[in-house]
Ligand binder design. Structure first.
Ligand code: ATP
Ligand code: FE2
Length: 321
């Protein structure tokens, strides 16, 4: 089974090719702006412009042609509709032209599944920490369920905001990690059950900065406080679901201190810790292709293929585990 996966839910257009459990290609192009946010129509224009070249490069890098592809998968949910429509139309067109079965998959679940594939985790609690997302997820009762999440900002966005306000530029996460040292200053530690909140911590850190507390100490304290909160909720989810593995995913997984703290927590409870390497933790096509392989029996008529921009992960019936 050789599956071509097409990702287009947000800023990234990607094509990945997976053969059984092997990633043969993972080519992408991410829309960036000098200033300001992402406008959905700009994303669609970007994806439209790069799609043919990304596909050609993916096929080239796998040393394959379209006639070798047995299945096409695309990200059908959740995301920004104008961006997703480009992927949908492209997938349908290829499926029709080359007479290949088509399957739509959930983007968020694909992040989890590629994490399992790459790290070898079997049935972990997933800690998904990116710019906008901070979620604790696990498979329970036949579905993926969100056990806890941020009540306001995602952790990455909080770090980015702090960095921007104190003049460190974007993305802030890596710069904060480099600067983090010095004395701990107390910041609001906010955990409610398995939910977390970061807005109070950001406000207080910015106030302390204006009062002259050194940025190194603030970077250190933001990391220590926020990461301890994540370790607490991840541990609670592991205890609650009786799972013995933790899988960290999303851009913030690049942070060494976060990995170290989660690793210690896992060791103390005889569990295993896994972090997804950068290539497979952000948006890309290989995760869509692998999810396609998992759901290959759910291929649909290309004429009926559609998107579902608001689908939540617990709405998806899990047929492959
Ligand atoms: P999504 O795919 O969920 O929409 P995204 O577009 O934010 O997420 P990611 O690459 O998963 O993309 O995450 C980017 C975030 O990760 C940024 O907020 C960035 O600051 C943060 N980040 C990257 N490296 C580090 C690091 N070393 N420490 C802390 N945060 C980091
Ligand atoms: Fe994503």
């Amino acid at each position: 089974m050789i599956c071509l996966g097409i990702e287009s839910t947000a800023h990234t257009f990607g094509c990945g090719i997976v053969s059984d459990k092997k990633v043969l290609a993972n080519v992408k192009d991410t829309f960036t702006t000098e200033k300001g946010g992402m406008i959905p129509s700009d994303l669609a224009r970007h994806h439209e412009k790069v799609k043919d070249e990304i596909l050609a490069n993916a096929l080239k890098s796998a040393n394959l042609s379209m006639s070798d592809i047995n299945l096409i998968s695309y990200s059908a949910a959740p995301g920004l509709a104008p961006a997703m429509m480009v992927g949908l139309r492209f997938a349908k067109e290829l499926a029709r032209k080359h007479n290949i079965p088509l399957v739509g998959v959930n983007h968020s679940i694909s992040h989890l599944s590629i994490g399992d594939l790459i790290t070898g985790a079997k049935d972990p609690v997933y800690l998904y920490v990116s710019g906008p997302n901070t979620q604790v997820i696990a498979f329970a009762g036949g579905r993926f369920r969100v056990f806890g999440e941020t009540l306001d900002l995602g952790l990455g966005n909080m770090l980015d905001k702090f960095a921007r306000e104190i003049g460190l530029g974007f993305p802030g996460g890596p710069k904060i990690e480099q600067l983090a040292k010095g004395k701990y200053v107390e910041l609001p530690y906010s955990v409610k059950g398995m939910d977390v909140s970061f807005a109070g911590m950001l406000t207080k850190a910015l106030r302390l900065f204006k009062e002259g507390v050194p940025k190194e100490a603030l970077c250190f304290s933001l990391q220590e406080t926020a990461f301890a909160m994540l370790a607490e909720v991840a541990e609670r989810a592991m205890a609650h679901t009786d799972k013995k593995e933790l899988l960290l995913i999303g851009g913030v997984a690049a942070n060494k201190r976060l990995c170290q703290m989660l690793n210690i927590m896992c060791k103390e409870r005889n569990a295993r810790f896994f972090a997804v390497p950068l290539e497979f933790s952000g948006d890309q096509g290989a995760m869509i292709a692998w999810q396609g392989v998992l759901q290959s029996k759910e291929a649909i008529d290309p004429e009926k293929a559609d998107i579902n921009p608001y689908e939540r992960i617990d709405e998806v019936e899990v047929t492959w585990r």
